[in-house]
Structure formats: C-alpha cells, structure tokens
Design a protein around this ligand. Structure first.
Ligand SMILES: C=CC1=C(C)c2cc3[nH]c(cc4nc(cc5[nH]c(cc1n2)c(C)c5CCC(=O)O)C(CCC(=O)O)=C4C)c(C)c3C=C
Ligand SMILES: [Fe+2]
Ligand SMILES: [Fe+2]
Length: 314
C-alpha cells in the first residue's frame, strides 16, 4: 500500500527560556529572513541573538516561559492525520526549533512513505517563511540522497474553507454584536524590499481580507502590519499606529484579527493581547477584542485536507 508523507511546516518557537537564544540564533542565521553578508551571517546572528534574547525573554516569561506554537502545531498535525487516515503520515517540521525538518523527514522515512507533500502553516506565501521552509526541506532531501517524489503547496490564502474558518472565529469571539465592531486585520510585517522584489505576501493578505469581508458587508475594516524587527523600512501601516489612528477617529469597539497566523505565539499573546490591549485601553477604546487564531478549527483542518487531496489527485 502506498503512503504519502505530509510535511507540516511552521516556524517553531522556544519551548523553554533556555531555548530563546539558540532559537533566535537559528532564525538570524537564515539568509532568507535576514540578509547579512554570508561570510559574517553566523557570527552576527550569534551577537544579535544574544542581545535580542534579553528583550524577547520578557515576553516569553509573561507567556508562561515558552511559546505554545509547538503544542498547537502538533495538535493540528494530529487532527489532520485523523482526517486523512492511514494512507498518509503527517509530521511536523519546524524551521528554527524542535522538531526540526530533519526530524520530520526521518520520522516519515521510518513510516515508509513513497512521496512527500510539503504543506506550510503559512496561508500566504513569503520567501522569508514558506520559501525558507521549502529550501530547508530540499537541503535535508539532498543530504539524505532521497528519491521520493515531492510536491509542494505554496499558499492557500483564498481557500473557501480557510476563509470560512476565519468567519466562524470572528463570529464566535464577537457574537451577535459583531456588526458594531471595526475589524482591524493584523498581519506580520516584512521589509518593503522583499515585497518590491516580487514577494506575493502582501497581495495575498489583501485578498484573504477581501474574501473574509464578503461575509461582513456592513463592517468597516483596515489592514495593518505588526512585529517589525530590523531598522530597515517595513511595510506599513503598523498595527500600533493604526490602533491610535482608529482611537482618534472615535472607534470604541475594535476587533483585531491576526490574519497571517494559524496558532498562538508571542505575536498574538504578547504583542496583540498585552502590549496593544494596554495601548487600546489608554487610547480610550472601550471594547478591544482579539479574535483567536484558527488552530484546530475543523473548517481549517478540512481546508488542509482538501489541499492535500487535490495535490494527490493531481
Ligand atoms: C528578522 C526578520 C524577521 C522577518 C522578516 C520575519 C517574518 C515573519 N515572521 C513570521 C511569523 C513569526 N515570527 C515569530 C517570531 C520572530 N520573528 C522574528 C524575525 C522576523 N520575522 C524574530 C526575531 C522572532 C522572535 C521573537 C522576537 O524576538 O521578537 C513568530 C513567533 C514564534 C513563537 O513565539 O512561537 C511567528 C509566528 C511571519 C508570518 C513572517 C513573514 C510573513
Ligand atoms: Fe517572524
Ligand atoms: Fe515576528
């Protein structure tokens, strides 16, 4: 019987306070995410990770000492495995922390898979995220001299079930009162240069938002970008500045929708909930809500299943 290996790709997050610096070192060593001249990338990554770890530690402490990303991604993998059944084997491949891509590939080889499907947990494609995970997979694939067929799913920012999962989470959070909320979609920002080089990420975010808003024709909305890291120019408006602008406009009921994320981590639990929740309160926004990420929402897991089956049917 043939078996297909699903490589469920995500960023990964520190699973303890001690893991923060090595996690950051792996991240800053990646030329796809931050372009430091190659000969000095690793030593510079070591220095930046040492410095940044101190700041980052503060918010992982508030989150209970670790990122919940790994646990939630493993839950998504279990749910997808149940949906797909025994002709498939699902393994999680994290880019910057355990379980790493090589661990996922070893697990799938042990399970005897005949082919691989690469499935990123990034609905919108960016070469900094999905592109980097694909590259890492092919590094491992070449190193192990594998021969199995590989297919990849680049993005699914407009998949109807992915859109419906967001609609469901928004209505679950806001209830009957949803019509009275301003919707602020917050996506991870990127250096402007990457978009100018042709990265489809921003266009795909805009399309996801347009499709979600077809279900909410009477709500006002806008898009903003969060989590700028380096001193270069990043895509704007920034989420905190947009919250301040909306407060000045007199918005009192604000729903923030973390549209580029499918599980919880520092960008949602610390930045959106703690930092921007406080900012919204200070700015006079009376009802600030943050819609939860999709995690193992059955509609989202069905979207992933459909994407896989479409590739298999080919
Ligand atoms: C250095 C530049 C970075 C780019 C470009 C970038 C793009 C990018 N990131 C995500 C999603 C996540 N990033 C997360 C953490 C994180 N990202 C960067 C840097 C860049 N990201 C850093 C330094 C960190 C560590 C935290 C910090 O020090 O601020 C996470 C959370 C990990 C966790 O806590 O579990 C996510 C998720 C996307 C989607 C993206 C581009 C589209
Ligand atoms: Fe990031
Ligand atoms: Fe980030």
């Amino acid at each position: 019987m043939k078996k297909t290996g699903i490589v469920l790709m995500n960023m990964g997050g520190p699973d303890s306070l001690d893991a923060i610096q090595p996690f950051l070192y792996n991240l800053f060593s990646d030329h796809n995410i931050i372009r430091i001249p190659r000969p000095i990338q690793k030593p510079v990554a070591w220095i930046i990770s040492k410095v940044r770890a101190k700041k980052t530690e503060e918010y992982y402490k508030i989150m209970g000492g670790k990122s919940p990303q790994t646990e939630q991604t493993l839950k998504q993998a279990e749910a997808l495995q149940r949906e797909l059944g025994e002709d498939f084997a699902v393994a999680v491949a994290m880019r910057y922390w355990h379980p790493f891509t090589e661990e996922a590939v070893d697990k799938l080889i042990e399970e005897g898979v005949d082919s691989f499907i690469l499935l990123p947990l990034y609905p919108q494609y960016s070469k900094t995220t999905t592109g980097s995970s694909f590259q890492e997979f092919f590094n491992v694939y070449r190193k192990k001299q594998l021969k199995q067929e590989v297919k990849q799913i680049d993005s699914y920012h407009n998949h109807p079930l992915y859109i419906k999962a967001w609609v469901e989470n928004i209505k679950d959070e806001l209830g009957e009162d949803y019509k009275n909320f301003y919707f602020l979609f917050s996506a991870h920002s990127l250096p402007e240069k990457i978009i100018k080089e042709g990265d489809p990420y921003k266009k795909q975010i805009e399309e996801t938002v347009k499709l979600i808003m077809e279900y909410f024709p009477d709500n006002r909305h806008s898009i903003a970008y969060q989590s700028k890291v380096s001193p270069v120019k990043w895509i704007q408006p920034f989420t905190d500045e947009e919250i301040q602008r909306l407060a000045r406009e007199g918005i009192k009921k604000l729903a923030v929708i973390p549209v580029s994320f499918v599980c919880e981590h520092s960008e949602t639990l610390y930045e959106l909930d703690v930092q921007y929740g406080k900012l919204a309160e200070e700015e006079g926004i009376k009802d600030y809500r943050r819609v939860k990420t999709l995690q193992d929402n059955p509609l989202f897991i069905s979207a992933l299943k459909e994407l896989v089956l479409k590739v298999v049917d080919g």
